[in-house]
Each structure stands twice: as C-alpha cells, then as structure tokens.
Design a protein around this ligand. Structure first.
Ligand SMILES: [Zn+2]
Length: 123
C-alpha cells in the first residue's frame, strides 16, 4: 500500500493490487477490506487487541478506496520495513542491516563450502 492518492480510482486500484476482488466483483467487500487493513498493520509491525479488531471490522464496512487510504497512511507512516523481520529498513532495501549481515554471512558460508567441497570448509 502506498499513496498519496489523487483520486478514489487510484486508491481502489492500489487496494486491488494487495487484495483482489472476489470473482464477479469490481470492488472489495468488507472481508477484503479487512484483509487489506490487516496486512497494512502487520506490515507496519502493529499489534492489535480485541478492541482494535472491532474497529477494524467497523472500518472494513467503508469502501475499498477509503480503506486503501487508511492502509496507505499506515504503510507510509511505518516506512520501508525488512521483509524478514519487519524492522525498519533503508529506503529501497528489502532487508534491515541485521538481516543484510546475516544474508552476507550465509552467502559466505555457502561459498566456503563450495570452495572446500565440504560443509564448513575454509576458503
Ligand atoms: Zn530484518
């Protein structure tokens, strides 16, 4: 979810990239809207309680374009997040610094194993 959105149609199209409408529908119904908002919250690392869930259900009754705007606010406020752990990540990066280091260490281990011909071998 992104934005900012200039029109209702832009917001609706962005919503449908995240949650596709049911067959035969051109808009999301309440269940799809709720999924859209839930994904935005999860992607931002936001934990929800019972009352939050009640409000989500209420909000999901509005149009998909309206829910897309709210989901866009959540995702834009959260900024870019790590695909693995959900912590903040530099803009344009899929990983946070810690996961990037872990990825590099794993890649180095694979190279070491390949070079030595055995698991855990030296380069
Ligand atoms: Zn991470």
């Amino acid at each position: 979810m992104t934005g900012p959105f200039g029109t209702e149609q832009q917001a609706r199209e962005a919503a449908h990239l995240v949650v596709a409408p049911e067959p035969g529908w051109s808009i999301l119904r309440a269940e799809g809207n709720r999924e859209l908002l839930t994904r935005a919250l999860a992607g931002a690392g936001v934990e929800t309680g019972v009352y939050d869930e009640r409000i989500l259900a209420w909000l999901a009754g509005f149009t998909d374009a309206t829910c897309a705007v709210v989901a866009g606010w959540i995702s834009r406020a959260a900024g870019n997040r790590c695909r693995r752990c959900g912590r903040p990540a530099p803009d344009g990066n899929d990983w946070c610094a810690a996961c990037e280091d872990e990825n590099a260490a794993q890649a180095l281990e694979v190279l070491r194993e390949a070079a030595s011909g055995e698991p855990g071998g030296a380069l």
